[in-house]
Design a protein around this ligand. Structure first.
Ligand code: FAD
Length: 546
């Protein structure tokens, strides 16, 4: 109770700091007096006791707990603070008419559902800009990630799912599951402010007709569904439906940011972290290289850019403790580059290995004319088809909306499957980037699992797949992109069992890179809970004790 009060007070302080920074157009965000926030000037740069790279889930947890422990901490985020309305009065551009705010340095938006009747109706030409959603394109796999203060929490669907304990134990056998399910999952859910939909409202509202239709069709195939908790404020959504507040989920907002309603990390963990007075966030600061000094401290080269991509400064920042929270792609790339360029030569050969897309496959079905899914669809999913106990092909399928504003008769899904295939990142010196070795064939087991589930549903309802939504070719299963990149610096392999990077002291991975490619449900609750567990141990043994 006392803890919760502390957290709420800190969150309020932090929210005030975020608003003040946004109003001033500042790239330094802090609730501390200016001098205390800036770090100590040293020859050739700045020294801070702890640096956290990124501001996504793993990063935000680490920063909050370091701040609470009294450790001055600097967070470096390559994206922007998303807090200041543009000329249209909104912080984010909507999904139906995206502008440059939607995308990370693209000349055209790259929406996951790029077509309808094979026509590219969803995408728009835009100016390159530090927008909120990035699609990182590798040869045979594209990965969507969030960019900005809050990382993926700015663009994701907010589905906050605790994995099935038996699968968690299978994926991370070295982690004490009892401790996770008794302490760290509840802590993560409560600090993220996860809530449940009012079931009565769900059954009545036109906004979830699409989910009820899919539930009925799943049920005809003998499949059961489960409600999925979310960080979207369900009570706010009800008020949206009544028309008493500005709409967000009910105005087709999600992958390019929600202007209202969603409790993204800047409103939970990061606000509380800033509220400790010990944490500073620098935005539009991208860490390029990491090396170690003779005294054991880490030295980072950091590029500061403006939102149009113009280089403003190159900085050197050193720290005693370095936490990588740049996401599966970002953290893995930084460590691979450090190993392959000889900056951190003792890094393990496991860096780059064990990557997977969490078995993500999108698919869609065409309903009969007498079975419409509704012109009004909330952009926040509330229900999943749970067939994870199927021994042949376990699938957890999120029933996704298609909030086009007109009747499409489409039922859309994101299937999370159990695909044992793993990819590997290798450093491409010519391009100075991590390249993903992953082939389309590696996704065949995931497609087969999704197909076996949706074949059952189609058979029971005499329906067929939609072939027109995933590009110009005939395609029923989107197997070439994912939302859930996991792995690359796997726990217990590239790191010890608490995220300490093998071969180096005071160097940690805190994010989705730790999870070996699959967790069976939407991953951010697991990333958050694991980060809570790891940072508690690290602060006690490595930071405060020293
Ligand atoms: C469209 C979409 C929908 C999703 N829906 C859900 C959902 O409903 N439920 C769910 O559980 N998951 C969902 N996810 C996935 C979820 O958002 C991610 O699993 C999660 O954000 C990963 O957390 P993380 O801590 O690993 O890193 P991230 O959240 O990816 O954060 C990494 C941060 O580091 C920054 N960064 C990267 N490199 C550098 C660098 N070199 N220097 C400085 N900063 C850097 C990035 O800009 C980013 O802000 C979705 C993802 C997307 C894209």
């Amino acid at each position: 109770m006392v803890d919760n009060q502390h957290l709420s007070r800190r969150r309020l302080f932090g929210m005030a700091a975020l608003s003040a920074a946004a109003l001033a157009g500042a790239t330094t965000i802090s609730a501390a007096p200016r001098a205390a926030a800036a770090g100590k000037a040293v020859a050739g740069g700045t020294f801070v006791p702890a640096v956290v790279i990124g501001t996504g889930y793993g990063a935000a947890v680490s920063a909050l707990r370091l701040g609470e422990a009294g450790v001055s901490t600097l967070m470096l985020e390559m994206g922007q603070l998303w807090n200041q309305p543009g000329p249209d009065g909104n912080v984010f551009s909507g999904m139906l008419k995206p502008d440059k705010r939607s995308s990370w340095f693209k000349t055209r938006t790259e929406a996951p559902l790029g077509s309808f009747l094979w026509l590219d109706l969803a995408n728009r030409d835009i100016d390159p800009y530090a927008g909120v959603l990035d699609r990182v394109n590798f040869d045979q796999m594209s990965v969507y990630v969030g960019r900005g203060v809050g990382g993926g929490s700015l663009v994701n669907g907010g589905m906050a799912v605790t994995p099935r304990r038996s699968y968690f134990e299978e994926v991370l056998p070295q982690v004490d599951a009892a401790e996770m399910y008794d302490r760290y999952f509840p802590r993560a859910n409560s600090t993220l402010r996860v809530g449940n939909i009012d079931k009565k409202w769900f059954e009545e509202t036109e906004w979830y007709k699409f989910a009820r239709v899919s539930r009925e069709q799943a049920s005809k195939a003998g499949l059961s569904t489960t409600f999925v908790p979310n960080v979207y404020d369900w009570e706010y959504m009800k008020r949206e439906a009544e028309g008493s507040v500005p709409k967000s989920a009910l105005d087709a907002e999600v992958i390019y940011g929600n202007n209202h309603g969603k409790v993204s990390l800047d409103k939970s963990y990061l606000a509380a972290a800033l509220g400790t007075g010990k944490v500073t966030i620098e935005t539009l600061h991208q860490v390029k290289t990491i090396r170690q000094q003779k005294d054991g401290n880490y030295l980072l080269t950091v590029e500061q850019k403006d939102a149009d991509g113009k280089l403003l400064a190159t900085k050197e920042i050193s720290c005693r403790h370095l936490f990588l929270g740049a996401g599966s792609l970002g953290s893995t790339e930084l460590l691979l580059r450090a190993r392959e360029t000889g900056a951190l030569p003792n890094l393990s050969s496991e860096i780059g290995a064990g990557w997977g897309p969490n078995g993500n496959i999108m698919t869609a079905r065409a309903n009969h004319m007498w079975n419409p899914t509704g012109t009004k669809q909330s952009s926040i999913p509330a229900l999943g088809i749970d067939d994870w106990d199927n021994p042949d092909a376990p699938v957890f399928a999120e029933i996704a909306p298609m909030p086009a504003g007109l009747e499409t008769w489409v039922s859309l899904y994101l299937a999370i499957t159990k695909n044992p295939q793993r990819g590997t990142f290798v450093y491409d010196a010519a391009k100075d980037r991590a390249d993903l070795r992953w082939t389309r064939e590696q996704n065949a087991p995931a497609v087969a699992a999704a197909k076996s589930l949706f074949d059952r549903i189609n058979k029971a309802n005499t329906t067929i797949y939609r072939y027109d939504l995933f590009g110009k070719q005939l395609k029923a299963f989107a197997d070439d992109f994912c939302y859930h990149p996991l792995g690359g610096c796997v726990l217990g392999k590239a790191t010890d069992d608490y995220g300490r990077v093998a071969g180096y002291k005071n160097l940690y991975v805190t994010d989705g890179a730790l999870i070996p490619g699959s967790i069976g449900v939407n991953p951010f609750v697991t990333i958050t809970a694991l980060a809570e567990r790891n940072i508690e141990r690290v602060i006690k043994q490595d930071v405060v004790a020293k």
